[in-house]
Design a protein. Structure first.
Length: 232
């Protein structure tokens, strides 16, 4: 089994930063809303250590195994919160849920701007083909490393952003969507999604739909990055 150690390190750095930012954002908004649970656990931080300690399986074992066997990383982390606080202040809890995908959107937006600037300045070039680790390429070794890291950061955060916004439990989108509902409708929706089997069904449904949703959005993004090129 051949594993590119350099690429693995780039993937893990991008993965750990992305999931840490996601959970730190949840934790920060919960803290500002009056729930100190995550703050007391050390999760209101971009330091990955508290997040790794809370979810070692999702932040270390699964990401490394998925890279070794699949060539890219999946995994998860989590931020604790007080369910009584969430039940008492459902809109605050919904904003807490929205904060995670918002953090991923900020990261992918910054990566997108750097990618576009690099292409305009000639630091980066369009590759012959694109994949999850190669949206852009370059000539020098250092620039290739930066291009690879930017590609991974962009793609990984795009995946996290889209997947987490599906309105199915236990994903963030199932809480975020209540922000556009009336109070009575939101209450009935929360009661519905809190049924025991819904989280299992929600993950299956999101997994089934993700491919088609992602491919459409990714095609649009490629046109924004390379208006004059066609990859698919």
């Amino acid at each position: 089994m051949n594993v590119d150690l350099g690429n693995l390190i780039l993937w893990y750095v991008a993965f750990l930063f992305s999931v840490t930012a996601h959970e730190a954002a949840h934790s920060f908004v919960a803290m500002r809303g009056g729930d100190l649970t995550a703050y007391l656990g050390g999760q209101v931080s971009l330091n990955p250590v508290p997040h790794i300690k809370r979810s070692p399986f999702g932040t270390v074992i699964i990401p490394l195994l998925s890279y070794i066997y699949g060539g890219w990383m999946i995994g998860w982390a989590s931020a604790p919160y007080d369910p009584n606080w969430a039940a008492t202040y459902p809109r605050k809890a919904a904003w807490m849920a929205a904060a995670g995908p918002a953090a991923n959107f900020i990261i992918l937006s910054v990566a997108f701007i750097i990618i576009k600037l690099g292409l305009l300045l000639g630091v980066f070039q369009a590759p012959h083909s694109v994949n999850i680790s190669r949206l852009i390429t370059a000539n020098s070794d250092l620039a290739v490393t930066v291009a690879t890291l930017l590609s991974i950061l962009f793609m990984l955060n795009l995946i996290l952003f889209i997947f987490n916004l599906f309105p199915f439990p236990p994903l963030d989108g199932s809480q975020v969507i209540t922000l556009i509902m009336g109070e009575d409708t939101a209450q009935r929706f929360r009661q519905f999604i809190n049924q025991p089997a819904m989280s299992f069904l929600g993950i299956i449904l999101a997994w089934k739909l993700f491919g088609s949703v992602f491919s459409g959005i990714f095609s649009l993004i490629l046109k924004l990055i390379y208006p004059s090129l066609r990859y698919f």
